[in-house]
Design a protein around this ligand. Sequence first.
Ligand code: ATP
Ligand code: MG
Length: 660
Amino acid sequence: MTTKNARELTEASVEARLAELLQQERFAPQEAFAAQAEITDPEIRARAAADPTAYWAEQAGRLRWSRAWDQVLDSSEAPFYRWFSGGTINVSDNCLDRHVEAGRGDKVAYHWHGEEGETRDITYAWLLERTARFAGALRELGVGKGDVVGIYLPMIPEVVVAMLACTRIGAVHNVVFGGFSAGSVAERMEVSGAKVLVTADGARRKGRTAPIKPSVDEHMGPEAVPSLQRVVVVRNTGIDVPMTDGRDVWFDEVLEAADAVDPEPMDAEAPLFILYSSGSTAKPKGILHTTGGYLTGASTTHRQVFDLHDDDVYFCSADVGWITGHSYIVYGPLANGVTSVMYEGAPDYPHKGIWWELCERRGVTKFYTAPTAIRACMKWGVEHVAPHDLSSLKLLGSVGEPINPKAWLWYWHVVGGERCPVVDTWWQTETGAIVITTLPGLDAAKPGSAGLPLPGYEVQVLDAEQGGVVEEGEGLLAIPRPWPSMLRTLYQDPDRYVSTYWDRFGPTTYFVGDSARRDADGYTWVIGRVDDVINVSGHRLSTAEVESAIVAHPAVAESAVVAKADDLTGQAIVAYVTLQGGTDASADVEAEINATIADRIGKLARPKRIVFTQDLPKTRSGKIMRRLLRDIAEERDLGDTTTLADPSVVDQLQQRWQQG
Ligand code: ATP
Ligand code: MG
């Protein structure tokens, strides 16, 4: 097997290779990878399916429990399921103490890299020492079991310390992405009744220093967030910030003064954290996860999907403020005792090749990112990847949206050197852990399909009208059996929990909210959100499929397709398209896009209107907010835009739309 040296890549060579690869439907694991893989038993899914509770009990048994459970799964109050009832466990004990006691304290948990090039190696022993003391400090500040602690921090090691310290004493964290405005943080603190907020003086973003503490003061006074008693401030940028007497304390000072505390045995079903979903479809939901089941799900899937070995160096580019960061930067990797890379900055700062530079420098073996980031890298050009030696990489992951085959192949060819399996992982904030993907040493990947349910999970495609199981074809994605890391409720809103997830198919079948196609091999192809299926003259078309056809045009960087009400056809397709750097939106490009769509899908899938734009409205986690694109096309007032990364994008788009 020869591996192509990334250094020889040019745009033309890549384009030519992708055209060839687009003909290939399946990518089986390569021999060298399969030979070293952790999971090689082709019967693993069948064995788990024969007795799912026994399978999950076996996985949970890899963790350290302070008291064994009495019952693996209690469905007596479905859909309020309970896992590992009667058991007690502590998350920070499993993520830290357990490894340090086993003599692995000197192992690096995080190679942290700051955006100005600084670096810190954070060991498991260091994390334990800080976590145990900060847990003591939180207690002294009045935080007890079940109290909510808000965390609003940049990507610095202290964010991990703060999260783990909460778990050590049974406090419930509510992490809010550091890029959100203090206003939206205040809203989430108010709704969750947070008692303490852990934040920073300021954050660095692309060479600038953004003050955080002053805006916290502005938005989180006693009127706005009456529950908030204390604010702990991490000295991060060293800027001068006002401190309120009696309320505000410095992180380093309280940590210094506190005694280390032991991990508190927690009920398996004790609330672990609240996390708001990204808000691409509706107002963000406060999703509640609990202790034993969540840690079982996050650690098991992390080990299996990333084919973990002791010498791995793992890099997940997400932010801890998202579920991906919770499960696959913090809890999964730490429970598994892995070494990770944590990067503070943006993917294009200080330069557009920073991720690849870090991969080369740290010898990263497993890399996990989102389709939107892969498409951005494609847009920036192969010259940012080519100079870096990426031969240490063994596996690549994708999460967050359906990945269009071209981006998948680019990732596989340019980043992975056609050597690394790509795992397209489907899951949600609600599922807590990966549900559908390919096991990298066993299953062939099909670009554009997430793959098969992981062992212990069952996934179905159900008919939208009749609710029957679709063996092959399209329908609504559903999970017909509870799983350990499932959400337990929506925080303080059990009615919305039931109506959102369990009204459609009843209390035993979880309604996902995505539509999907199941193929003859049982692979799941996620089409999009339930409301992302477009019905043109009675023909059901998937937004993802139309987008893939558009993105296949070499000049196109990214595209989002939505439905607009149409008198004639019921719904009509509107496509928003961004072009590769420097390309003009000529009439030629538009005609070529239409020709490709007609060729690949059919004439009726041609958009009624194509809007060329510099940028698409995205959530802070990089997802395209299609509901806003629909609002623009139907000339409605825009709904909640607070989770947008760059609100000015929608103003520009509205103007473009009106220009016709
Ligand atoms: P909200 O629920 O507030 O609208 P959200 O659904 O975007 O926000 P998340 O929980 O972060 O919040 O995202 C989960 C959704 O992301 C899934 O339901 C699915 O639509 C999409 N998704 C995630 N991973 C994949 C993937 N690998 N392939 C296809 N879609 C994916
Ligand atoms: Mg969702």
